[in-house]
Design a protein around this ligand. Structure first.
Ligand code: GLY
Ligand code: MN
Ligand code: MN
Length: 493
């Protein structure tokens, strides 16, 4: 056990009472700025939308707590996405409860009170004490910032004492004792015997679906994350030698510096695939090196300070020029991506975007001479052989999570239609594994993906990441310009 409630840890010395008395006194107040956050007006509207979905019911949305890494050290906390979306609160241990009242719901955020200088926790607790972790907001300050009633989380049990399970919905898997307190329900079966979503599952789905359409503040956040990511790609291009070699880890680290400097960190572990590593979709081992004549695939995204993430991939020729074959494959992927972007507009089916991108890839595979059957046959539902080299879908929703809104019902997402202010990635790729005996030797080990982040507009889509070139010639020019500019300190943006 890392720490007792008092804040003592097993290896702490037995402090003499004289020392404890001394530490309890003589501390002045430390002021902390607490003004309303710009997103507070938006979070209030989001809570209203959630309230309207479940009239008369108690809704419980926890954020989770810090996870132990080892002994008394923790992984850096990252707030639950639904909780952050509803409150703007990024601290651990909070629980948002919408209590039903006659007019709808009363929203109360139960969070940790401040372990101020009046408590022994202040100087004894490495987890909570302000002497260890710095000044935290008081409940009153949090209320001012977030624009929601805040109460001490110690009163949560009492506040939920009368909650009827059949009229309570919990966002599960964030809070062990709440998961126990409100046991998972057995799913009912539909007429075909398939399990129906439980009430808690319905809550997760509604939250996910409410997050599909981004509001004006969220769109700003996403653009900020994308812009920082563009700068991160530039930082990397500036330290890549055309001749010679750098390690994938250095590239990961340079991008990570930008992510931490401008944002909260990474939206997901960076995928840095030099040469044949590019054909491994989730190559995060990153222990290879760039090599002249080969390609380098980088899939990286900054998560901004409000937890919105970008998700961008570029595949570049290490020595600055695509070979003829690399360019041919690149241009197939680029054409596929552009075709996908060209069909995106409100009302188009998610699957239509997929089919559009995949058809261009299948035609390209045919041109390369690797398809064993006709394009139409390869695309037919009972074949799909082209997928050996395309591997994944065209893209996904993007927002607080890299794979955003994933709990949505299929008919609202990948079996549904896109709408204005959905934000999604468009990221086709072609991947020829190093040991693929069904393709010509010169294609083996080539992996190319191009990934951009787009907002659906009233009549099309806007590429949020257009500042990073995609066209093969423009990629070469961009790389040359970055190299010419040379390395920059990460904070000289
Ligand atoms: N970076 C993960 C993805 O592109 O979906
Ligand atoms: Mn993606
Ligand atoms: Mn990606």
């Amino acid at each position: 056990m890392a720490e007792k409630k008092s804040g003592e840890r097993p290896h702490d010395p037995q402090f003499p009472e004289k020392f404890l008395e001394f530490m309890r006194s003589g501390w002045g107040s430390l002021e902390l700025e607490a003004s309303p956050l710009p997103q507070a007006a938006y979070t209030a509207r989001r809570r209203e939308a959630l309230s309207a979905a479940f009239p008369g019911e108690t809704i419980v949305v926890p954020t989770g707590e810090e996870k132990v890494r080892a002994n008394d050290t923790f992984f850096r906390f990252r707030a639950g996405s639904d909780f952050a979306w509803l409150t703007g609160d990024l601290d651990p241990e909070g629980v948002l409860v919408l209590h039903p009242v006659a007019s709808g719901h009363e929203a109360v955020l139960y969070r940790r009170g401040r372990a101020g200088t009046e408590s022994d926790e202040f100087f004894r607790s490495a987890k909570y004490g302000e002497l260890w972790i710095g000044r935290k907001h008081s409940l009153a300050e949090a209320e001012t910032r977030l624009g929601v009633v805040c109460r001490d989380v110690e009163t949560l049990d009492e506040a939920l004492a009368g909650a009827d399970r059949s009229k309570t919905r919990l966002l599960r898997s964030f809070h062990t004792s709440l998961d126990r307190r409100f046991e998972a329900e057995e799913p009912e079966k539909d007429e075909d015997g398939n399990p129906k979503p439980t009430r808690d599952r319905q809550l997760a789905a509604v939250l996910s679906e409410l997050r599909l359409k981004k509001d004006a503040w969220e769109l700003e956040q996403l653009q900020e994350a994308v812009d920082a990511t563009v700068r991160g790609f530039e930082d990397v291009a500036r330290i890549l030698p055309a001749a010679g070699s750098v390690s994938e880890r250095l590239i990961e680290g340079v991008f990570g510096a930008r992510a931490r400097l401008e944002g909260n960190g990474l939206g997901y572990d960076s995928i840095v695939g030099a040469g044949a590593h590019a054909t491994t979709l989730h190559w995060t081992t990153n222990d290879g090196r760039t090599k002249t004549g080969e390609l380098l695939l980088m899939d990286m995204g900054v998560e901004n300070r409000n937890l919105y993430t970008a998700d961008i991939t570029r595949t570049i020729p290490v020595d600055g020029r695509f070979t003829r074959l690399q360019r041919q494959v690149y241009e197939i992927v680029h054409a596929s991506q552009q075709a996908g972007m060209d069909v995106i507009r409100p009302g188009v089916e998610f699957q239509e975007i997929h089919r559009t991108c995949m058809r261009v890839l299948a035609e390209g595979l045919d041109d390369l001479g690797v398809l064993p059957v006709s394009v139409d046959e390869a695309m037919s539902k009972d074949s799909l052989v082209y997928r050996r080299w395309t591997l994944h879908g065209f893209g996904h929703m993007l927002g607080l999570d890299v794979h955003d809104c994933a709990a949505s019902r299929p008919e609202q997402y990948y079996r549904g239609k896109v709408e204005e202010d959905h934000v999604l990635t468009v990221e086709p790729g072609l991947y020829f594994q190093a040991n693929d005996e069904l393709v010509p030797a010169e294609l083996r080990g080539v992996g190319i993906r191009i990934e951009d982040d787009v907002r659906v507009t009233a009549d099309g889509c806007q590429n949020l990441s257009e500042a990073l070139p995609r066209d093969a010639d423009e990629v070469e020019t961009w790389l040359a310009e970055q190299r010419e500019a040379g390395p920059r300190l990460a904070d000289q943006s």
